[in-house]
Design a protein around this ligand. Structure first.
Ligand code: ADP
Length: 474
């Protein structure tokens, strides 16, 4: 949010402010010029401008502002849902779900289409037509005004002066449309900046986590779920129901199961992104709600599916997880995360600014930087969310190596869709509809012949299918 919102407010402060001053000056100068030569023809030009501005602002004020905000929100949602959809395609293939399993995307499309149609038809159509007509057509009033005045001028004899004035206003009216376009540009800049500030305020005004009165210290890296249920605000069905499991310190648990089963939700409860509705999540023997939030954060490193890097240097990006780390420590973490090739190809190495001067990293490279961040944090518990899902094959091998370093000797909770990555886990939990439907080692679960065994068979089939089709292609 800060990255995007800062870009929006920066545009206003650095570019539009100067434009706005210029526009106001131009507008005042224009008003004066309008009345210098022939106030009647000037008034005809002004009338067109006033109608055009009034139409423009009628689209932005009152009820329409709310509709526009909803329209923009729908646009945001469709972008997010679209990204999730594309990232989820492998899951659809493995679990043989239909496209309609992506309800969120379908809903976002329908919602956007409805909002967009409503906004265009009910808010924009008439005012925008009026606005464009009068912005481009100061003549609508100027020509009739000139025709109306012509007989009087002919009688008085100063025809040459009259024609010169008309020519002046005809040329002048072209400037009006430029000025109006500038006003519109400035107004939309102001609106963008104000919605950006609104989004930042949402974060700044979010209630702080309640701190425990008598904070407890976690003893070790053990993670326990005791009869945990959780329902999202406003949701009808719980995302997790009576989930219980234990991860011993230094062990790895993989969460698997169909999309929407509750894997991400379970992982999110450990660092208190949300608090349980009932039951208890414990870290190192203490209820997470009884641990000081800062201490809790120190216990857990995350690597999420959509790891986000800041528009800052690689050094700062990695150091975000431990601000007092030295350059040497950051470098060592980057090496452990197999980022050597990234540093080598970048002009300023570790000090290269990401997201500027054309320095953009691929998805897999971003993942590795995010892994370096997690390695530097050196926390006893690691939460990995489908971290390798969309890495390319070359990156994947490197990411697997980085994983090994990151997870060594730590408690690991891994959300995985691709079953090849979970075979070695100490325990596998199969979550479906918010419940743990099976748990055990890979071998045990395959022997049980339940949901996991079916998923494993499907997975093998999909791998085989890939190999045969590749061979056929040869
Ligand atoms: P998984 O990671 O297994 O795909 P999730 O934990 O993301 O499953 O989702 C579990 C359920 O909770 C789903 O029904 C999902 O629609 C719902 N859900 C997930 N995130 C939210 C949220 N932020 N608000 C409301 N419902 C959510």
């Amino acid at each position: 949010r800060l990255d995007a919102a800062a870009a929006d407010t920066e545009t206003l402060l650095a570019h539009n402010l100067a434009d706005i001053v210029g526009t106001i000056t131009l507008f005042i100068a224009m008003l004066v010029m309008m009345f210098v030569f022939d106030w009647r023809m000037g008034a005809a030009c002004l009338l067109a401008a006033v109608i055009s501005i009034a139409a423009m602002f009628s689209m932005m004020g009152g009820k329409n502002a709310r509709i526009m905000a909803e329209y923009q929100a729908a646009q945001d949602r469709i972008t997010k849902a679209g990204t999730e959809y594309v990232r989820g395609i492998p899951v659809v293939k493995i679990f043989q779900q239909t496209v309609y399993s992506f309800k969120a995307f379908q809903q976002a499309i329908e919602d956007y289409s409805n909002k967009s149609e409503y906004y265009q038809a009910n808010v924009c159509r008439i005012p925008q037509s009026i606005n464009l007509t009068f912005t481009e057509g100061a003549f609508v009033f100027l020509v009739p005004a000139a025709l109306f005045l012509a007989p009087g001028v002919l009688a008085s004899g100063d025809f040459a002066g009259f024609v010169t004035n008309f020519a002046f206003y005809a040329v002048f009216s072209a400037i009006i449309s430029t000025a109006l376009a500038k006003i519109m540009f400035a107004a939309s800049g102001m609106m963008l900046a104000s919605t950006a500030l609104g989004r930042i305020n949402q974060v700044m005004c979010a209630p702080e986590l309640k701190k425990p009165e008598h904070p407890q210290k976690p003893r070790d890296g053990r993670v326990e779920f005791e009869d945990v249920s959780f329902t999202y605000n406003g949701a009808e069905t719980p995302a997790l129901s009576h989930v219980s499991f234990t991860v011993e310190p230094g062990r790895t648990v993989a969460l698997v199961g169909p999309s929407g089963g509750g894997k991400t939700t379970a992982a999110s409860l450990i660092p208190r992104f949300w608090d349980v509705t009932s039951g208890m999540v414990k870290v190192g023997g203490a209820d997470v709600r009884q641990i000081d939030p800062h201490v809790l954060m120190e216990q857990i490193a995350f690597v999420f599916q959509n790891s986000r890097l800041f528009k800052a240097s690689i050094l700062e990006n990695v150091r975000a997880s431990r601000p007092n780390a030295t350059r040497g420590e950051v470098r060592a973490a980057l090496m452990a995360a197999q980022c050597g090739d990234i540093l080598e190809k970048l002009p300023k190495g570790i000090d290269t600014q990401l997201g500027s001067e054309g320095t953009y990293l691929s998805g897999g490279e971003q993942q590795r930087i995010a892994l370096a961040r997690a390695i530097l944090k050196d926390a006893p518990i690691v939460v990995l969310d489908e971290a390798t899902a969309f890495a390319d094959p070359e990156n994947e091998a490197l990411i697997q190596k980085a994983f090994t370093t990151l997870t060594k000797g730590r408690t690991v909770i891994m959300i995985a869709h691709r079953l090849s990555t979970v075979v070695g886990a100490d325990k596998i939990l199969v979550l479906e509809g918010g419940r743990v439907v099976e748990q055990g080692s890979h071998r045990e679960l395959v022997e049980t012949g339940g949901l996991y065994a079916r998923m494993w068979a499907d997975y093998n089939q999909s791998v085989q299918w890939k190999i045969t089709s590749e061979e056929e292609a040869k």
